[in-house]
Structure formats: C-alpha cells, structure tokens
Ligand binder design. Structure first.
Ligand SMILES: [Zn+2]
Length: 162
C-alpha cells in the first residue's frame, strides 16, 4: 500500500510549479537513516558517509523524469522507473553528487566547476537545435549515448587521484 505526503495518484510527487521538491531528498534520507538493523543500530550509524541513491519502482508525477541529485556535491540521489529508463541517468546523477558539472552550457552565468564547454546533444536555451554529432560521449553531457569520463573529472570526483 502506497501512502505518505510524497505520493499523489499512485505516483511519487517529485515536482511542482517550482521544480523538484527538495524535501523529497531529505525525507528519503531521513527515513533510511532512522531505520535500524537487527541489532537496533540506526542506519545513520551504520552508513554515516555513504552515498545514498533511492530508486522508486514507479514513475513520478512527471512521467519522463528519470532522476536527480539533491544538489551538486551532495551524496544523495533519487531515481524513478519510467517507460524509457536508460543506462545513463544514474551514472550522470551520481557524478553530479561527486561534484561534476555538465560538459555543456546550461546556465547564463558559468558557475565554479565548469572547466570546458562542449555542444549539447539536445536543444537548450543557449542552443536552438541538438547537436548530437558534435556533443561528447561524456557521462556529464546530454547526448543519446554517454559512457566516458575524462581524467580531470576523475580528480574532481575523487581528490585522492593524483
Ligand atoms: Zn545533469
């Protein structure tokens, strides 16, 4: 039986008129961390520094929404099941959690962390048509098939890499 404040019409209410509902991330994490193992130890003690990914077996209220990271550099993501579920979005969102930005431009003001800007594989506010053949196959690109990361990205995702 489904229920709770994040369920609406048997779907996860992930977005509203303001975009992604931020409380969904914290509520998932809080529910997980408050749960206990067979010894009564809470998950916040068992998994204090782990990257959490919450996968829902249903769609959200936005049917094509695959998932998102709570915030750049925060180790907490949510994923949904959609008719078009792919093999790329989880990798992409987790790398956002490790601090990687997109490899294409998607803001009017470049934020810290943007190192190089490449064409985007889909239409954006800054690009009138998708350029899938010019876009990269980088995990942080929007393109039809992404699978690579570059060495400078490894160093952002894991500062122990030299
Ligand atoms: Zn992204």
């Amino acid at each position: 039986m489904k229920g709770g404040r994040h369920i609406e019409n048997d779907k996860i209410k992930a977005t509203d008129q303001n975009g992604i509902i931020d409380s969904l991330f914290a509520d998932c994490r809080d529910a997980f961390f408050d749960d206990t193992d067979q010894n009564g130890i809470t998950n916040d003690i068992n998994y204090p520094d782990h990257f959490t990914v919450f996968k829902f077996g249903i769609t959200s209220n936005q049917a094509d929404f695959e998932g998102a990271i709570q915030k750049l550099g925060i180790h907490n993501a949510i994923m949904f099941t959609t008719p078009l579920s792919d093999n790329y979005t989880l990798n992409h969102e987790v790398m956002h959690g490790f601090g990687l930005t997109h490899t294409h431009r998607d803001t009017s003001i470049l934020i810290s962390g943007y190192k190089y800007i490449f064409p985007c594989g889909i239409k954006t506010d800054f690009q009138s048509t998708g350029k899938s053949t010019d876009a990269t196959d980088n995990t942080m690109a929007y393109n039809q098939r992404t699978y690579s990361l570059w060495c400078w990205q490894w160093k952002i995702a894991n500062p122990n890499i030299t």
